[in-house]
Structure formats: structure tokens, C-alpha cells
Design a protein around this ligand. Structure first.
Ligand SMILES: Nc1ncnc2c1ncn2[C@@H]1O[C@H](COP(=O)(O)OP(=O)(O)OP(=O)(O)O)[C@@H](O)[C@H]1O
Length: 659
């Protein structure tokens, strides 16, 4: 009997050969590109595009070229079969061998169902065995939608994928995107969306696949305006950084909010009260008013000498100029340019009337440099940098008395103001204020789309910083109100999306959990009532997995023993503890000679967004006690486990957990 996989293996060989040909073609274009393009600029642009194309066509032997196949029996594709994979592959005649998963037709792969087969008779999912030398076809699973068969989440291939041991960085989920996720991934570019999802419901995965989808569907527009992915910290960004390149997208910026807004070096710290105040949206209004005070009404006419001529602009005319520009409300630096341009244009009109001809451009530039003109401009509309504005405010916040209490003014004011803005030691929260000031003074370029992960932790002021960079674009917000750990964490997405500049953005829930086993979800869910947020509970797809609560007498010893035992099984191991306990645990793990490649000793504050097969949580009571929102932190920590969670503790578990 012939093996039904044989024709699929043949198709794989043909696809691989075709991909190699496509890549050779792109490489050829790349090496000859500079001879084709005319000038240096277009040659560089073409070179970049072609280099990217070559990179996009890389054939990673561990990433199977296709994962699905659709056989159509009705509709416009009746009689056709299409393989679906990570990228388009065409044969020499240009006919498709593999459809990109983002192509319109591929949508059917994710959305067709027995109730609505969309012309599909059979949906086939391929199983792959991934070894060190690459991926080999190992089997397939068919759903005869035409006969009413549908596996849904009972698919063996889906189950194997979500239960596979997690080693290394995050992987793409193209082969198993679920219908509710697919709707979010393929939402229109102009549509901003907010996704509220419990831990492990695939928010990060959805955000990254949405970025890849949008880049495919709007390639030209987004190549220019760019897509940005924002994550909570570098460790998280490193964890997700391979996903987009694996999907052929090598040109997406990934950053933290702090990195995005970095204009000044952060060397200082704030008291918690001062930091919280600096993240308060009232500060945006205060800074705006403060900047407004730099603009002054003209008090004298302006007289400019020009060789033997003297030009004069009346106070009234000057006032009109300043008032008009103020009403137009441009960023401050642009306002200064406008005032200057209008003054010069009045001088020009006078000169034209007197001389009977129009002075050359150089005359206008010369007038703009006249000391009388500079002095006027510096008086009514002085240049100010973002750093200078914030420096002035923190040196003396008292003019904001109408909006701040006396205690708040005292909290904000520098105890010993530095002599100049350049000499200031800025804190992370100051950097946010400086960015706010920059947004008032200059125009910042807008991204085409921003994916904002772990968005529950953003302050209103950080949201405003993102909004400034998303003015002409859209965003995908991903988060979980229950995982908010910053002092300014959101309690309501309606507020967050308003600060992000797009009030009314719809909030879509994701509720199917792909990471955390049901028993662990049940434990973590006990914390939810104490977290003071309204979120829909999650349903775990995973029936496997284990949970053990282990009272012990020696914490470090027990934690190391657990880690040693965990190493006997496949997959990654994390030992998560309150930040202060990490050095001692790390030293003990090292002294015990455990495999540092596989065991991570992780401070609770860095656990967000990450996942490990086997998680050992040490002393929950300390994690809770370490910070104000310690219970939220514990909720994050408990939901990192993919297969096994062990909680070791010498002190009683927090009461809500023990319930
Ligand atoms: N459709 C899917 N098929 C297979 N695996 C999936 C699917 N959706 C999500 N996963 C896997 O589930 C795990 C959790 O996904 P992800 O990290 O995106 O969740 P999250 O909602 O961002 O979690 P957290 O709130 O903890 O940050 C990942 O390993 C991801 O690959």
C-alpha cells in the first residue's frame, strides 16, 4: 500500500526547490540592484528592499514550509487544492505551491467550520517532527467539513503543539491560530483594538501575528510608516524577538516604552509618591499651561534697519500675529517659526511697496537673522527645549497651585534644584514628563501601527507618549487587568484607550488558555476576587499538568531539590521568588551545579509574559509582601507554568490562596 504521506513529501521537495530558486533570484537581483537603479538614493532603497526580500525567503529547516491544506469542492475554487504555509511559494510558471497564511484565501483555513465550510471539503493539518537537522513530515489530520466533521480544540495536532515542552524563545502559532484569535489577527489596519485576556490566552501571540498580517496586507504603507512592538522589558523582548523574523518579517521595531521615549540619561530615582504624581495625567495639563506662559504679548513695535531703509511693524500688527498663531495651537517650536515667517512676510510687503520689486530669498534670510528680529522673537515666543520646560517646572511647581495641593507641590519640587537643565539628574518618571514636553514643543513621527503588550501596566502619561506616536496610525492593545503590578496600573480599559488617544476602542476578550494547566488556573483564580478588577475568567484547554503545594522547613534547600528533580524531565525550569531572595537562590543553584542553560532563577518582577515548563515558586508570602500590588504579582508568577507548578513555602500561604 502506498503511504498517503508520499505525495505530500513530493510536494515538500518541490516547494523547497522552488523556494531555493526564488531566493537565488532575489540574491541575483540584490547583487545587480545597484547597476539597475539610477541614483545613489534609489539604489540604496532598492538594495534595502532586495536585502529584506532575501532575508524573508530564508529557508529555516526547523520551520516547516506548510502546515495545512485545503481541498475545495464548491464555490469559485471548486476542484482546487492549496497548501498553506509561512510564505508564498510559486513554481516556475508562477502558480502557487504554498499560499502565505496571510493571503485572503488562507483565511478559510482558520475560519471554515462544519456549519460554514466556505467551499472546503477537507481541511488537512500536518504534523511535523522537528529534530536537530530540521523538520520532517510525520503525519496529518483531516477534517471532512463536507461530512460535518470538525475537531476544533480536540485536534491532536493542536494539543501536541500546546503541550510540547517549551525550550528557547517564543515560537509562532501560524499552524494552529484559533478562530477567535484569527478575527483579531486579521482586523483592519484602521481598526484599533484592545484585547483583554487571562494569562496564556495567546495575547502576545495574537499581537505579533497581527503585526505580520498587517505588514503583508499593507506592505507599502507600513514599510514607510513602520510597525512597532512595545513590551515591558528587554528580557521579554528577547523572548519574543524571533517570532516575527520566523514569519518573514524582519523590519519591525521592538522596544520598551522607556527606550521609545529616551531623550535623557536616567540616573535618578523618585520617591514612590513623586513617581506616582509624575505619571498623573494632570501633569500633562500643567506642562501645557506652563509652556503657554512662555509666550508673551508684544509690547513695542518692531523696527528693523535694512541698509538705508527702516521697516516698522506696529504693536497691534505684532499682537495679531502672535494671537493668530496661538489660536492655531501648533507645537511650540513650529509656533515660533510661524511668528517669524509672518513677521518677515510683513517686512517683505513693506520692502516691495517701497522698492517696487521683490527682494531676493537671501534678503528674507538676512532679515530673519537681524538682531532686532531675534530679540523680538526671543521675547514673545522664546525657544525652549523639553528638558528646560521640565527643569523649570520641577525647580518651582508652585505656579500650578490651582491644580496641585500644597503637599503635591512639595512632593514634586526638587529639594535642591540643579543650576541648569543640563546639570539635572533625571529619573525614569522625569523622562516621561520630558517626552510630554517634547510632544508640546515638536511634532513626533507617527507609526503606522503599534502593538502594545502588557498594556495594563502603563500609566496615563506613558499612554500619552504612545498616543503621540500613533496619531495617524492604529494600535493593538494587549493586556490583563488582573496582572497590573505598577502603582498606576489600569483598572478599566476605557481609561487606557482614552489616554492612548482613541476613546471608544472596542475591548475584545480572549478566554481560552493555551499555557496554564486547568489545575494551576484554578489555584491562580482564587486570587481574582482580591485583585479588584472585573475580568472574565479563563478556561484552560489543558487537562494535563500538575500542581503541588509543598510546605517545607528549609526554603533554599527545598527549592534547589525541586529544581534538580525537575531537570529529570524535558523542558525549561524556572525558580521564581521575590526579587530580594534571588541572589541567595541563584548562588545555591550554582553551588549545586545545576544546568544553568535549563534552570532560570527569576525575580518575580521579571516574570511577566514569560513561560516555563516547570515552575517552582518560592515563598508566595514574600512575593506578596514585597510590593503594594503583591497579590497581582503572585497571580502573574503562578500563571507562568506550562506543565508543572510546585509552590514551596515555609510561611503560611496567603489566606486567599489557601481557601
Ligand atoms: N492558537 C494557539 N496554538 C498553539 N499555541 C498557542 C495558541 N495560542 C497561544 N498559544 C501558546 O500559548 C502560550 C501563551 O501565549 P501568550 O504568551 O501569547 O499568552 P498571553 O495571553 O500573552 O499570556 P500572558 O498574559 O501570561 O502574557 C504560548 O506558548 C503560545 O505559543
Amino acid at each position: 500500500m502506498t503511504d498517503p504521506l508520499d505525495p505530500e513529501r513530493d510536494h515538500l521537495v518541490r516547494s523547497r526547490t522552488a523556494l531555493a530558486r526564488m531566493r537565488r533570484h532575489a540574491e541575483h537581483l540584490f547583487t545587480t540592484g545597484d547597476q539597475v537603479a539610477g541614483d545613489a538614493y534609489s539604489s540604496e532603497t532598492l538594495g534595502r528592499t532586495l536585502r529584506q526580500r532575501v532575508a524573508e525567503l530564508a529557508d529555516d529547516p526547523r520551520a516547516p514550509l506548510f502546515f495545512g491544506k485545503l481541498t475545495f469542492d464548491t464555490g469559485e475554487h471548486a476542484g482546487n487544492r492549496y497548501h498553506v504555509g509561512r510564505r508564498h511559494i510559486t513554481d516556475e510558471a508562477g502558480d502557487p505551491l504554498v499560499l502565505d497564511w496571510r493571503a485572503p484565501l488562507s483565511r478559510t483555513f482558520y475560519q471554515a467550520s462544519a456549519r460554514d465550510p466556505q467551499g472546503v471539503a477537507v481541511r488537512r493539518r500536518f504534523g511535523w517532527a522537528v529534530g536537530t537537522s530540521g523538520a520532517t513530515l510525520s503525519g496529518f489530520e483531516d477534517e471532512h467539513l463536507d461530512r460535518g466533521e470538525e475537531l476544533g480544540t480536540a485536534s491532536r495536532i493542536l494539543t501536541e503543539e500546546i503541550e510540547r515542552p517549551r525550550v528557547g524563545p517564543m515560537r509562532d502559532i501560524v499552524a494552529t491560530i484559533q478562530p477567535e484569535q484569527d478575527v483579531l489577527v486579521r482586523a483592519e489596519l484602521d481598526a484599533s483594538i484592545a484585547v483583554q485576556g487571562a494569562p496564556g490566552t495567546g495575547k502576545t501571540a495574537v499581537g505579533l501575528h497581527r503585526a505580520a498580517y498587517l505588514l503583508y496586507a499593507h506592505r507599502e504603507r507600513l514599510r514607510r510608516s513602520k510597525v512597532l512592538v512595545l513590551g515591558p522589558n528587554r528580557a521579554f523582548l528577547r523572548y519574543i524577538e524571533a517570532v516575527l523574523p520566523a514569519l518573514g518579517e524582519v523590519d519591525v521595531a521592538q522596544s520598551t516604552v522607556d527606550e521609545l521615549i529616551a531623550r535623557v540619561e536616567v540616573r535618578g530615582t523618585d520617591t514612590p509618591a513623586a513617581a506616582a504624581l509624575k505619571h498623573d495625567p494632570r501633569l500633562a495639563v500643567i506642562l501645557r499651561r506652563r509652556l503657554g506662559q512662555y509666550v508673551r504679548e508684544p509690547e513695542d513695535p518692531l523696527t528693523v534697519t535694512d541698509g538705508s531703509w527702516r521697516w516698522r511693524i506696529s504693536v497691534d500688527a505684532l499682537r495679531r500675529i502672535v494671537d493668530d498663531v496661538r489660536r492655531e495651537d501648533p507645537p511650540h517650536a513650529l509656533g515660533r517659526e510661524r511668528v517669524l515667517a509672518r513677521v518677515i512676510s510683513m517686512l517683505l510687503r513693506q520692502a516691495e511697496a517701497k522698492r517696487g520689486d521683490s527682494p531676493p530669498e537671501t534678503w528674507q534670510r538676512r532679515m530673519a537673522r537681524r538682531p532686532e528680529v531675534r530679540a523680538f522673537l526671543d521675547h514673545v515666543w522664546p525657544a525652549v527645549t523639553p528638558e528646560e520646560l521640565v527643569f523649570a517646572f520641577l525647580s518651582d511647581p508652585s505656579p500650578a497651585a490651582g491644580m496641585l495641593t500644597e503637599a503635591e507641590i512639595a512632593t514634586l519640587a526638587w529639594a535642591k534644584p540643579p543650576r541648569t537643565a543640563k546639570a539635572a539628574t533625571w529619573s525614569a518618571a522625569d523622562a516621561v514628563l520630558i517626552d510630554e514636553a517634547a510632544g508640546l514643543i515638536e511634532r513626533l513621527p507617527s507609526y503606522g501601527h503599534i502593538v502594545i503588550d502588557e498594556a495594563q501596566d502603563l500609566s496615563p502619561m506613558q499612554c500619552r507618549a504612545i498616543a503621540r506616536r500613533c496619531e495617524h496610525g492604529s494600535f493593538t492593545l494587549l493586556g490583563d487587568l488582573a496582572q497590573g503590578t505598577t502603582p498606576w496600573a489600569s483598572r478599566d480599559w476605557a481609561d487606557t484607550v482614552t489616554h492612548l488617544g482613541k476613546p471608544g476602542t472596542p475591548v475584545v476578550p480572549l478566554t481560552t488558555g493555551f499555557r496554564v494547566p486547568a489545575a494551576v488556573v484554578e489555584l491562580a483564580n482564587r486570587l481574582l476576587p482580591a485583585l479588584d478588577v472585573a475580568v472574565p475568567p479563563a478556561r484552560s484547554l489543558r487537562r494535563d499538568g500538575t500542581l503541588r503545594l509543598a510546605p517545607v522547613t528549609s526554603l533554599v534547600e527545598a527549592a534547589v531539590d525541586e529544581a534538580r528533580a525537575a531537570l529529570k524531565q524535558e523542558g525549561s525550569v524556572a525558580l521564581i521568588a521575590a526579587d530580594a531572595a534571588v541572589p541567595a537562590l541563584a548562588a545555591a543553584v550554582e553551588a549545586a551545579g545545576l544546568d544553568a542553560e535549563r534552570v532560570t532563577v527569576l525575580p518575580a518582577s521579571l516574570a511577566k509574559g514569560l513561560e516555563y515548563d516547570h515552575v517552582i515558586v518560592a515563598e508566595p508570602a514574600d512575593i506578596v509582601a514585597a510590593e503594594e500590588r503583591g497579590l497581582h504579582r503572585l497571580y502573574v508568577v503562578l500563571t507562568r507554568a506550562v506543565s508543572r507548578l510546585v509552590v514551596v513555602h515555609t510561611r503560611p500561604l496567603p489566606a486567599v490562596l489557601a481557601a
